[in-house]
Design a protein around this ligand. Structure first.
Ligand code: BG6
Length: 529
């Protein structure tokens, strides 16, 4: 007889065989001296190298303005890597092998000769795929995207149809700062490349737990029949961060929480939680469903913003016992800044499935803890059996999908407290990634880089998705235009945002549920005598 582990093993459904293999290629990173390169991209590529997931042959070229030799850049990268708080350390042998494939090209995006130099470097890798299969990663300011792509095209490094290989461009967020600028960027990029050569990153889509949303919904018979207005009372999406803006004040002054988190990460998560089943797991059907969903979110006209949206900005306070300065006192922030570091919204999805179900969404900096989760709150049962004893206090069920940390899923159901008396209280059932699959979850960038090399655009944003998201966000921003932050919009660092965010839910009889640290055992005082 087979053990239950052996049976589980038989049931593993491996989808990777359907995935395109990764051909040898060269990855060129523009913005090589930036933080993203040393903190995310190079560590992700190294991890992929160590796991033998990169193609049989590859090269990495860093392109930036300062002059340095290959070896100097390699040393800088290693030093930065070693400073990262990581469970996996650099293994000297593997690093040496990896670093031998890493090169540096001094260049300026405005200078055509720099691109000729880059071309010569790439050509030096031989006449094979390393000089034709090229992945250009633009980790630079969006205002430079158009120029970089035009130069690549002019130098003959980026071709629309290359019979000898492929060229792709990966662009980092922010993808514009409003609809008009996003359209402008899209226009500039598609002048030189086909839409299917452009990979717009949203690193949330690379997170394991975000990828699991579709698996959770569409591979289990338990949840999907309940996943609609018939059973769901409301949904809460919280993406809270305990850190402030730190050294990113300059960027944040132009962004704010709505542009930085809602326009991209949160709307992406929300679309995966609520979209219709795609006809297949290919990139286009999935993206088609996401766009439909984002387009079904009811626009909030400027005159309704004060009723449907709460913004806030952190004032001085303490987060986890450490003093935190006010946002207005952070480096590179204007002392009278009106930029929001917190936003909460009440959204409606005007489609057949979700009509009438409120979606409460919030994100902020300097909140009490860092946690991202989706909570689907179900309608209460017709409380005829227990009403006499429990009254309206009988809890309604919920499913909480914890995106990070403590990655997992918790169901809250009611249970009888053991003992002679009839007491009912909520109990939880947990699925934890840690317990089930072990501690290591790949970094989002590992998956995204690999997919870009394989030409799989499923986890990247399509032009129309980005534009639909900006349409929603622009209308909200128009409601804030020229309206200074009021006294009630400031919240002390280390609290859950302005008080009015509670009112936003209370008006419909709802309340925020704060993300809870995972409890592995039931607390003793709740136990029946
Ligand atoms: C980035 C935002 O896109 O996402 C940051 O610009 C934010 O402001 C970060 O802190 C959050 O990402 P994660 O993966 O730490 O949740």
């Amino acid at each position: 007889m087979l053990s239950s582990e052996a049976l589980d093993e038989l049931m593993i459904c491996r989808l990777d065989s359907a995935r395109r293999s990764v051909e040898p290629c060269t990855i060129v990173i523009f913005g090589a001296s930036g933080d993203l390169t040393s903190r995310k991209l190079i560590p992700a590529l190294y991890d992929l190298h160590q796991q033998k997931l990169l193609p049989s042959d590859y090269r990495i070229i860093g392109f930036a303005r300062s002059a340095k030799a290959d070896d100097v850049w390699r040393k800088e990268l290693l030093a930065a890597f070693e400073k990262l708080p990581r469970s996996r350390r650099v293994e000297p042998g593997a690093w040496k092998e990896f670093a031998s494939k890493v090169h540096y090209c001094r260049g300026d995006i405005d200078d055509g000769d720099s691109f000729q130099k880059l071309k010569t470097l790439v050509a030096g890798f031989g006449a094979g795929p390393l000089s034709h299969n090229l992945l250009f990663y633009l980790a630079i300011s969006p205002s430079r995207f158009g120029q970089a792509v035009a130069q690549l095209c002019q130098a003959g490094l980026l071709c629309r149809d290359d019979p000898h290989g492929w060229q792709r461009v990966v662009v980092e967020k922010p993808f514009g700062h409003d609809l008009a600028s996003a359209r402008g960027l899209n226009h500039e990029l598609t002048r030189h490349a086909h839409e299917d050569q452009i990979f717009r990153i949203d690193h949330y889509l690379g997170k394991e737990t975000v990828q699991n949303l579709l698996t959770f919904r569409f591979s289990n018979a338990l949840f999907e029949p309940l996943w609609s207005r018939n059973s769901v009372d409301h949904v809460q999406i919280t993406v809270s961060e305990s850190l402030g803006v730190g050294r990113r004040g300059g960027y944040y002054e132009e962004a704010g929480a709505l542009r930085d988190m809602v326009q991209n990460h949160i709307l992406q998560v929300m679309s995966l939680v609520t979209m219709e089943p795609p006809v297949s797991l290919e990139a286009e059907p999935i993206r088609d469903e996401k766009v439909k969903l984002i387009e079904s979110i009811r626009a909030i006209p400027p005159e309704q913003v004060s009723r449907m949206v709460v913004r806030g900005q952190y004032a001085a306070g303490a987060v986890n016992g450490a003093a935190q300065a006010a946002y207005r006192h952070e480096p590179l922030v204007r002392p009278d800044s009106n930029v929001e570091t917190y936003v909460a919204l009440k959204l409606h999805v005007d489609n057949w499935r979700w009509s009438g179900v409120p979606f409460y969404v919030r994100t902020g900096k300097c909140l009490p803890l860092s946690a991202s989760e989706v909570r689907v709150q179900f309608r209460p049962t017709p409380n005829v059996l227990f009403a006499a004893r429990c009254g309206p206090r009988l809890d309604a069920n919920s499913v909480t999908i914890r995106l990070q940390p403590n990655e997992g899923i918790t169901m809250r159901i009611n249970g009888k407290v053991p003992g002679a008396s009839m007491q009912i209280r909520p109990v939880r059932m947990h699925f934890s990634y840690d317990a089930e699959f072990g501690a290591y979850t790949p970094e989002a960038y590992e998956r995204l880089l690999l997919d870009a090399m394989a030409g799989d655009a499923t986890l990247f944003l399509r032009r129309d998705e980005v534009e639909a998201a900006w349409t929603l966000v622009d209308s909200i921003r128009a409601g804030w235009d020229g309206v200074p932050m009021g006294e009630r919009e400031f919240y002390p660092a280390g609290t859950w945002g302005p008080k009015s965010s509670e009112d936003l839910l209370a008006r419909s009889g709802h309340a925020w549920r704060e993300p809870q640290p995972l409890q592995r055992t039931n607390p003793a005082p709740d136990r029946a005598p």
